[in-house]
Design a protein around this ligand. Structure first.
Ligand code: GLN
Length: 189
């Protein structure tokens, strides 16, 4: 499976490395042609406002929405903000594909990152790095919460989407990257 990592802004290099380590065939996505070639997509963390602006300037916004609709997508942090149905603090346009409401920069003026140990509903322990992370404030009926931190959902799944508010690419643990690859392999083409 050819996995495209959106490489417009943000932490795409670390994701690409992490997925390569997890055994995927990875390439960076910067154009419409790249988007079409991607059989699964990763929307990395970074700064969602900048990504939004650049995606619009490059004429990629609608193409990204179409690509995400039909392919497995792993979105982390700013990527999660791009996918969410509603975005607050401040409000911002989004692809609106995952039925969650997010509040940006919701852990206060978090200058440094927070590293927390979280446990998934399957009992798997994960190290989660939060960097100016959003909080998922609303979860729609079709969304499954896979892990929480301090009571709030931080890892959720809806259909072919896997969404984390933290940065799995910044730890040595590739469990979530592998989980996504397994999920992607199950999604019918
Ligand atoms: N604070 C960023 C935003 O609102 C997200 C931070 C991140 O991706 N680490 O877009």
């Amino acid at each position: 499976m050819r996995l495209g990592v959106l490489a417009i802004q943000g932490n795409f290099e670390a994701h690409a490395r992490a997925f390569t380590e997890a055994g995927a065939e990875v390439f960076e996505v910067r154009t419409r042609v790249d988007l079409e070639a991607a059989e699964a997509l990763v929307l990395p963390g970074g700064e969602s406002t900048t990504m939004l602006k650049l995606l619009n300037e490059e004429g990629l916004w609608e193409a990204l929405r179409e690509a995400c609709r039909s392919r497995p997508v792993f979105a982390t942090c700013a990527g999660a903000i791009l996918l969410a149905k509603d975005v607050h603090h401040p409000e911002q346009a989004s692809l609106g594909l995952v039925d969650i409401g997010v509040e940006r920069n919701a852990y206060g003026r978090q200058v440094h990152s927070t590293v927390a140990q979280i446990v998934t509903d399957e009992g798997q322990s994960l190290e989660a790095v939060f960097i100016r992370a959003p909080i998922i404030r609303r979860v729609g009926a079709g969304v499954r919460v896979l892990a929480r931190y301090e009571g709030d959902p931080v890892l959720v799944e809806q259909d072919h989407y896997l969404v984390a508010t933290f940065h799995p690419e910044l730890t040595q643990d590739r469990a979530l990257h592998r989980l996504f690859l397994e999920k992607a392999a199950r999604v019918p083409a």
